[in-house]
Ligand binder design. Sequence first.
Ligand code: SF4
Length: 520
Amino acid sequence: MAYEQIWANDESKLSKEEIHKLKKDGLDILNDIDRYAKEGFASIPEEDWGHFKWAGLYLQKPKEAGYFMMRVNIPTGIITNEQALTLANIGKDYGRDVIDITTRQAIQYHWLTIEQLPDIYKRLGEVGLSSIGACGDIPRTIIGNPLAGIDRNELMDTREIVNEVYHFFQRNEDFSNLPRKFKMSISANVQNAGHDLINCLAFTPAVKVIDDVEQVGFHVKVGGGLSSKPYLAEELDVFVLPEQVKDVAIAVTTIYRDYGYRQKRHRARLKFLIADWGPEKFREKLLEVYGSELHLKGEDKVEEWNAGYFYGVHQQKQEGLSYAGFNVPVGRMNSEQLIQLATVAKKYGNGEIRTCNSQNIVIPNVPDGKMADLLAEPVFEKITIKPKSFIGYSVACTGIEYCNLALVETKETTRKLAEYLDEQIELDVPVRIHMVGCPNSCGQRQIADIGLQGVLMKTKEAGMVEAFEIYVGGTLEKDHAKFNEKLKGRVTSENLPAVLKDLFVFFKEEKHPGENFFDF
Ligand code: SF4
């Protein structure tokens, strides 16, 4: 039964957003963009503003000003040289030179106008990129192992599988009206580079002996997600062969589409259905929709969690080739930096740049003999291979500069905070700090050692000011995964650096050598 049949007969079961989506599918906005571009922002009815999400666009704050934020899908974070140059030039020509890497390996622009969109879509399309489905109630960009195909720590190369699943869902009208966003991760990296437990659907590396032959494949987790009610994903008792991944992804997405909750938007993510059904019931439904049996679980090959960090120079699986991991402070570059990165990636490697969910980059495929010359290039003075500890492990969401939901500024606040801490204190282990501007948690504050969530706080002296709740101890470490916990009280932005300094001084004095924040 199609989802329209399940819900459309009884509007009392639908949120107002659902009723709106039934009147006009999100992807239909793509038919209007050229016309709106000719007629200007004033010609766009307010009821269409939300539909731009399906085209990968949000209206920036304040919405009435008519500037868009655009997110471009980068499946697995792999950008070719041609794509990197196109992305850089779009940022230069239209995006006021601001280019962000998101925590889902996507590229994000700001300041775009409706008149510029047709040319931006044309340029993206010419190099095989798209922003369609990067936002909205639809399968989002697929994250995974940024080292796919070159990784000594992967069971198999997942690039082809990710591309196959991504292209199946791109502009697919059968799946353009999900209850809410749907996030997938596909990775065969044993260090869990794909952050399995916080995705709606995650494929993780596994092996199983089938008919006396050991097969490489995946285990499947469902129902993870953050925001104000975070859940860690539940594991299903199945082993999926590489050739089954696409159909399993379709089956899970179909179940979510047809059975996901549509009454209240804040309960519409897949995690709420999984929490109610449990993994066994979901597995039964999966087999029914998939249409045949799946193997039972095999041996889990996830060994640890690297939190998406790849700093330094490392050997690839290809003899004689290495990759280098660099820090992009709080994930923000300018166009010139991206042009320079693309240029050196081509000069020394095969031109590729790869984005990480830690908002950083990797340059792969550099012959060992050329690595020293690559590292001596001027662009790597600011985008460094060996960042100082706090700036190197800081993540920040978009924040009040551009985001309508934000309560506080995040990018610059994080950068200044990390720089201050790096001046004040030296630790023997990295501490991951994630800052978010509201409970939606695009900066994934729940999995950070130190999560900082923006709030507004009334003070006697200054009235309403920006402040933060402090959360400690989050991790996706194997067998110890947990969300961080809130400390009592709130701290103003002004006092935050001093308070965190005190916290880290205490940590340094009390910890054992090499002890991590999460073990403390
Ligand atoms: Fe905006 Fe909140 Fe997401 Fe930050 S976490 S980008 S403030 S919605």
